[in-house]
Design a protein around this ligand. Structure first.
Ligand SMILES: [Zn+2]
Length: 311
């Protein structure tokens, strides 16, 4: 659908009274940075995913006051872990085209597990292809690297790459050794006086990671699977304790929402734009994205925003 028609319809459906307004910064009088965190868009060809993604992007751009930028939290496309080259190319072309047509805000990208190409392909040896693994997503989204940092206002952002291949099958949520070394250097050399916001696709700490399957083990244990929350959390926690300027960690991946305050850090797991992979709500959570406000005194506020997926 053409952008103009979309905007006309969006305006009709949303209406000005339903647009969220953010009075928080005004109330507290603290200068703030405000961005939208859109995670788990899982874009693929089809009326509902295409319409829904465009709707979410339009909704963000109509917010008053305006957001400064968007963070794409990963799983931008439905899946390329097990998809062939042709199918992966179709999904990336659709994602890039959608961003170009439907969005004019700056976007910072984070890699999700489903954005990685070929790890689950059993034949044709994709590992010999130049685009294997994370090369395709990094090149397509023109990322500086699979993990990187940037500074905005009083905050320094560190974007991580959570997903590591498990040689025994599947993937594990953790930082590889090189990335962990880089993170420690990055934390030690972050601009003086800035607060830090970490961005990861898979949560570093989350209770919804344990609720993903909506049940306990037969003995009553609540299990947090190694591909649903960072397995190196305890190691990371010890590092984080040395850097009290780390205040916020945001993530996606689980399609559920939670907010945890642990040892001086706010951990926000921010649902999914695609909800139940474009089939309505996932458990209790409707398709949504987050607005994150970061204040100059190191505090933060996360607001989940629902939007209408279809016309
Ligand atoms: Zn994911």
């Amino acid at each position: 659908m053409k952008r103009k028609k979309f905007l006309q319809r969006s305006a009709a459906v949303i209406g000005s009274s339903l647009l969220p307004s953010f009075a928080f910064a005004k109330e507290t009088g603290k200068k703030s940075l405000r961005f939208a965190h859109l995670t788990d868009m899982h874009l693929k060809p089809g009326l509902i995913p295409e319409t829904g993604t465009a709707k979410a992007l339009h909704h963000v751009q109509q917010l008053k006051p305006k957001v400064d930028f968007i963070i794409n939290g990963g799983d931008a496309i439905m899946d390329s872990l097990g998809a062939d080259k042709q199918n992966t190319e179709i999904q990336w072309n659709l994602f890039k085209g959608t961003l170009q047509r439907e969005n004019s805000l700056p976007v910072y990208h984070c890699i999700g597990n489903h954005d990685i190409w070929g790890w689950f392909i059993k034949q044709d040896r994709p590992e010999n292809d130049r685009l294997y693994g994370k090369v395709w997503v990094v090149e397509t989204l023109e990322m500086k690297n699979r993990y990187y940092s940037f500074t905005k206002g009083n905050w320094h952002f560190i974007v991580l790459d959570s997903t590591q291949l498990n040689p025994a099958g599947g993937y594990i949520a953790k930082l590889d050794t090189g990335q962990l070394d880089w993170l420690q250097q990055e934390l030690a050399s972050a601009p003086a006086g800035k607060f830090i916001c970490l961005v990861s696709h898979i949560p570093i700490l989350s209770i919804c990671a344990g609720l993903f399957f909506d049940k306990t083990e037969s003995n009553g244990d609540l299990k947090i699977q190694r591909n649903l929350m960072h397995t190196d959390f305890i190691q990371l926690k010890k590092i984080f304790l040395k850097f009290p300027n780390i205040r916020v960690c945001i993530s996606g991946h689980i399609h559920l929402q939670d907010e945890i305050d642990y040892l001086g850090i706010k951990y926000y797991c921010n649902g999914a734009v695609s909800g139940n992979w474009w089939k309505g709500a996932f458990q209790e959570f409707e398709p949504a994205y987050a607005i994150v406000e970061l204040f100059d005194n190191g505090t933060s506020k996360r607001t989940m925003i629902k939007y209408e997926q279809t016309n």
